[in-house]
Design a binder for this molecule. Structure first.
Ligand SMILES: [Zn+2]
Ligand SMILES: [Zn+2]
Length: 326
């Protein structure tokens, strides 16, 4: 199983203005200096070789994750990153698409009209959703006001499939199950399982319910995961003033991973106002938190043969993760 992260921002795309670009360049030049890079030629080489770090930016597209298992390819959400996913699908000559919608907030939908395969006859496109009104609201995007092409003018064969929470859907040999997240208006995570590998997209979620008892029926979708894509939009000290905004913080994901045996956690739904420096600071803090909390869970992690506990990483636009190699 592979994951491709096409969009990792939340709420809004992060646009690149003069100030952000200048800050990134200045940071890169400091980084280069610290690594003893003295010439422009060396600097140019270092940018592409990874010597200045990977990634150089987390990117600016809103949330869209592709799950690839053998010939099955499906997506969770259609944020602005969906545009680039569509371009790759064209190159790869893919004609059948499945999308699983977490919820209908605009950052998870705004790429849909720009996904070129929906404008090509013969393509088959299925939108799986838990929210019963998803078809109504998604079709409304094509009412001629928000986008020039109308729903009945779309060229692909598009259908909706209503899902029930906790009831799996089988796409070839990939089992996909929706479960509940804590988010205003409701949001649904997706658990993917095949050949003993388990991946989970847990976005958007505030994780107000955390204890096993509070999580109830949702608990099993976190247990013994190979990878969790986790909503970590805010620093822990920002959360208090953002109660009920529907997003979480890295350390809470780390606690969950430590307790439930989640081997890899990727932090995503980055705040559009967060610079890379803040993201790396949050990552650093989360890794420190893990080290401090690990001794209380040492038995579990020894049993899992991963004595250092869960691996914690940032998600970024364009990142590809081979779950089989984690
Ligand atoms: Zn969102
Ligand atoms: Zn949302």
């Amino acid at each position: 199983m592979k994951l491709k992260l096409w969009g990792t921002r939340g709420s809004l795309p992060r646009t690149l203005n003069n100030q952000i670009f200048s800050e990134l360049l200045i940071e890169l030049s400091h980084n280069a200096e610290a690594k003893g890079i003295n010439t422009l030629a060396e600097f140019r080489k270092a940018i592409t070789s990874g010597k200045l770090g990977v990634p150089l930016t987390f990117g600016g597209n809103t949330t869209c994750t592709e799950i690839i298992h053998k010939k099955t390819r499906c997506f969770v959400d259609m944020g602005s990153g969906f545009l680039e996913a569509g371009e790759e699908a064209l190159k790869d000559d893919i004609h059948e698409f499945n999308v699983f919608m977490t919820h209908l907030h605009s950052d998870h939908l705004l790429g849909f009209p720009y996904f070129v395969p929906i404008h090509i006859p013969g393509n088959k496109f299925t939108i799986h959703h838990v929210h019963p009104l998803a078809p109504k609201y998604i079709m409304e995007m094509f009412n001629g006001v928000y986008f020039p092409v109308k729903w009945n003018e779309l060229q692909a064969d598009i259908e909706f499939k209503q899902l029930k929470i906790y009831e799996p859907t089988q796409l070839s040999d990939l089992k996909v199950t929706p479960f509940c997240l804590d988010h205003p208006g409701g949001s649904f995570g997706y658990h993917f399982e095949s050949e003993g590998k388990k991946a989970c997209v847990g976005v958007d979620g505030e994780y107000k319910r955390l204890t096993p008892k509070e999580l109830g029926k949702d608990l099993i979708y976190y247990q013994n995961l190979d990878i969790l894509i986790f909503d970590a939009q805010y620093e822990l000290n920002e959360l208090a003033s953002r109660s009920d905004w529907g997003h979480c913080s890295p350390n809470i994901g780390v606690d969950l991973a430590l307790r439930e045996g989640i081997r890899n956690i990727y932090l995503t739904h980055h705040d559009p106002k967060s610079a890379e420096a803040k993201g790396f600071r949050m990552l650093e803090a989360a890794r420190k938190h893990k080290k401090l909390q690990l001794p209380a869970h040492a038995d579990l992690w020894d049993k899992l043969n991963q004595p250092d506990g869960p691996n914690i990483n940032m998600a970024w636009d364009g990142l590809e993760i081979d779950v089989d190699k984690l």
